[in-house]
Design a protein around this ligand. Structure first.
Ligand SMILES: Cc1cc2nc3c(=O)[nH]c(=O)nc-3n(C[C@H](O)[C@H](O)[C@H](O)COP(=O)(O)OP(=O)(O)OC[C@H]3O[C@@H](n4cnc5c(N)ncnc54)[C@H](O)[C@@H]3O)c2cc1C
Length: 400
């Protein structure tokens, strides 16, 4: 039987962006009738539940930019939310390590950027780096004390409790397969059920371009999945680092660079790299989805990206295929690691929006109509920034 319901807001996607948006809408519109639809049988099973678990400080981003502002506010908001809801987080700080002259130069630029962004950061020389992190070598480093670690699935579970306590519904196992907008409302169909809502917000991550197309919006970009492969260190190496250890990023490809991450359960992971994925939602090494592959093979933007970044593409692929090449990257700053230290660990998959001209979209992308707002790209670190992103979407819907 087809069920009908009338809602003020329907959110599609139970990752951290959808949940934070639902919280913001309920806070600003007490008593609003809101339903959140998630296709999986649990929340946060995709990007949000397969990430590094870092609460970033926002040091990399251009001062005054939206990304810098959202990340800085998000860092504080996430910690406050965790404190208020009893979710453990550890502010262990992050050490950016320069291993050659070019990275030292980039590190100096980051010192200035931290100052302009109002983020505390301490420049360490080689000896001080060695004193603080005895297993790490480099020519110099930058220590960012505010960076923290958390379990984002636990954050999402707490957000879901807040949403339900405000009287809203979360429906799991509801894969949205049709969206029809009329001047009066939006009708959403999933698994034989239908919902009518005054407004729809889609936060569908890896499926966001498909959802927007399904809703009849003109979509010129495409989501390309980039696999981020991790390893875990053996538990006897859990004390190998005190803070999170990051390489100095290449400003053109800031999301590249294998790091050593202390996880909230005390383990240490290495990664992620970034290689073209063969499935948007397949986490096993050889997982392949022919529809996903066919879709990007016929997309000219992907070929332009591969050509433009061919050196990085080759290096990342080599690291994915050869453990020894992956290890070489880690040993640049952690020379005591051996191949035997790299134990299997689950991968993550990044939803990277790419335009037809081959540009990797590093900014927010919204697709809007009278009654809908689709988040086309929520750039990393959107887990850190999710609470202010939700507030921003709420303000956008309210006409702000
Ligand atoms: C490897 C990796 C490491 C990262 N590390 C960090 C980090 O340390 N710190 C940080 O801040 N950020 C990090 N990020 C970025 C961050 O995880 C993401 O930006 C963020 O989780 C995006 O959240 P989201 O809600 O937009 O997407 P998702 O978490 O992917 O959620 C989208 C949801 O929509 C649902 N959905 C899709 N289609 C439908 C449909 N048709 N019907 C119903 N539901 C649907 C999906 O099932 C999914 O649950 C990392 C990302 C990756 C990939």
């Amino acid at each position: 039987m087809i069920q009908r319901a009338t809602y003020d807001f329907c959110i599609v996607g139970g990752g951290i962006v959808g949940l934070a948006t639902a919280m913001a809408l309920l806070e600003r519109n007490p008593g609003a009738r809101l339903v959140l639809l998630e296709k999986e049988n649990a929340l946060a099973l995709h990007q949000t539940g397969h990430n590094s678990g870092v609460i970033h400080s926002g040091i990399y981003y251009a001062p005054g930019s939206l990304k810098a502002d959202l990340c800085k506010r998000g860092e504080r908001a996430t910690k406050e939310f965790c404190s208020a809801h009893g979710i453990p987080f550890v502010t262990c700080g992050k050490t950016l390590v320069a291993t050659n002259a070019l990275e030292l130069e980039r590190l100096e630029a980051l010192v200035g950027r931290a100052r302009e962004n109002g983020i505390e950061a301490e420049r360490l020389d080689e000896a001080e780096l060695r004193r603080r992190e005895p297993n790490i070598t480099g020519l110099g480093a930058l220590f960012v004390p505010a960076t923290a670690i958390v379990d984002y699935r636990a954050v999402c579970a707490a957000m879901a409790r807040v949403i339900r306590a405000a009287g809203a519904e979360i429906v799991l196992g509801a894969e949205v397969s049709a969206i029809r907008e009329s001047p009066r409302d939006v009708v959403i169909a999933a698994n034989g059920r239908r919902w009518t809502s005054a407004r729809l917000v889609a936060c569908a991550g890896l499926q966001s371009d498909r959802l927007a197309r399904l809703a009849g919006l003109p979509v010129t970009h495409q989501i390309v999945p980039f696999r981020g492969e991790y390893y875990r260190l053996p538990s006897e190496k859990n004390d190998i680092i005190r803070s999170l250890i990051y390489p100095v990023p290449d400003p053109d490809l800031p999301f590249l660079g294998i790091h050593l991450t202390r996880m909230i359960d005390g383990s240490v992971t290495v990664g992620p790299n970034a290689v073209l994925g063969l499935a948007r939602e397949g986490y096993a090494k050889l997982a392949i989805d022919l529809r996903d592959v066919a879709q990007y093979l016929f997309f000219p933007g992907l070929w332009r990206v591969l050509a433009r970044y061919r050196r990085s593409v080759r290096a990342e692929l080599k690291g994915s295929l050869l453990k020894s090449a992956y290890l070489r990257e880690c040993r640049k700053y952690c020379p005591s690691l051996t191949v035997g230290d790299l134990l299997p660990y689950t991968a993550g998959i990044r939803a990277q929006a790419v335009t037809r001209d081959g540009t990797l979209v590093h900014d927010f992308l919204f697709l809007e109509s009278e009654r809908m707002l689709h988040v086309g790209n929520a750039p990393s670190p959107a887990a850190t920034s999710a609470i202010p992103i939700g507030e921003m979407i709420q303000a956008r819907l309210a006409g702000g």
